[in-house]
Design a protein around this ligand. Structure first.
Ligand SMILES: Cc1cc2nc3c(=O)[nH]c(=O)nc-3n(C[C@H](O)[C@H](O)[C@H](O)COP(=O)(O)OP(=O)(O)OC[C@H]3O[C@@H](n4cnc5c(N)ncnc54)[C@H](O)[C@@H]3O)c2cc1C
Length: 287
């Protein structure tokens, strides 16, 4: 199908993009990699009157360590995230997820800012963004806002972003001590989207017990979520096969799962338990 007519403007700075969003009063959309927005427009699921292309704003495609934070610019492509030494060193689960997105064309064009702003319930990044307790830095008419990941993903295709706000940066705290992280998924074969994806971040103390455990799950519910019941059952314990299995049985407690032609709700809930355990095991291995 063909998208409805729209105005197209190339923004040269984020401030200009925010002004243009203001001018259109919620009827314009930011264009980054276009890998989610353009298909939505072709299906007329999105009908913006204007597109504001931020893809050519210089210096928004960075990954750097700034003190105790890993800072990732909104325009960093999945390929940039996947291959960044800083990400691999400090938040490997995010690199794992980026490397599993779609195919090489999607990874070369799609951006981390676009992916989290789009908030597809089957997108890969949200699981790791939640597990790392990341902060989303946005820019709007009133200036910058820092949104904790736990407040950012609100519902299917819905985030805490205001209509005239732009994602500028994602900040992930540098993990301390003996910490490891991993992301694993069961992919839908044609698109690569997650039927279920799980990210785990585990910190081991001197005795080998899990001082910190965070598990993020995507693909299962309307939005990505933290498996808090499983985390509670694991925290402070020494990992054993039996404990991991019992604790991760709680990974999908209380979740209303999605159901579609790719997987039933029960299957997705089961995958959440299995992939949570596997991700925790892989994170422990790396810690
Ligand atoms: C064939 C195919 C396979 C895919 N497979 C996967 C997969 O396996 N896993 C996965 O996670 N994703 C997958 N995707 C989605 C892909 O990762 C997209 O690149 C991503 O979801 C959106 O990023 P984008 O830069 O293309 O954003 P765009 O399509 O340009 O924008 C998406 C939305 O975010 C908004 N937006 C973009 N940037 C910003 C910003 N900085 N601030 C505020 N709003 C912004 C836009 O207005 C729009 O509403 C796939 C896509 C395709 C086409």
């Amino acid at each position: 199908m063909i998208a409805q007519n729209f105005e197209y403007t190339v923004a040269t700075s984020l401030a200009e993009a925010v002004n243009l969003l203001q001018k259109h009063g919620g009827r314009a959309k930011i264009l980054a990699g276009g890998h989610s927005l353009i298909p939505m427009m072709k299906l007329r699921l999105a009908t913006p009157e204007a597109l504001i292309d931020i893809g050519r704003i210089p210096e928004l495609s960075y990954v750097r360590q700034d003190g105790d934070m890993v800072c990732i610019g909104a325009l960093a492509t999945h390929h940039v995230v996947e291959t960044s030494g800083v990400v691999m060193r400090h938040c490997q689960a995010l690199a794992d997820g980026a490397g599993l997105i779609g195919d090489i064309q999607v990874r070369n064009k799609g951006t981390i800012g676009g992916s989290i702003a789009h908030a597809d319930p089957a997108a890969d990044y949200p699981a790791s963004i939640l597990a790392f307790d990341a902060t989303i830095v946005t820019l709007g008419p009133k200036g910058e806002r820092l949104i904790p990941a736990s407040k950012f993903f609100v519902d299917m295709l819905t985030t805490a972003l205001e209509a005239n706000e732009i994602v500028r940066e994602i900040q992930i705290p540098v993990q301390s001590g003996k910490t490891g992280s991993a992301y694993l998924k069961m992919a839908q074969k044609a698109s690569g989207f997650a039927i279920c994806g799980a990210a785990a971040v585990v910190e081991l103390d001197g005795s080998g017990a899990m001082a910190k455990v965070a598990i993020g799950i995507t693909g299962v519910g309307n939005r990505a979520f933290r498996a808090t019941e499983a985390e509670k059952a694991l925290k402070g314990q020494k990992p054993t096969t039996d404990l991991l299995k019992r604790a991760c049985e709680k990974a999908s407690s209380g979740v209303i799962a999605l159901e579609d032609i790719h997987a039933s709700a029960d299957y997705r809930l089961d995958l959440a338990r299995i992939f949570a355990r596997r991700a925790v095991e892989a994170a422990i291995e790396r810690a």
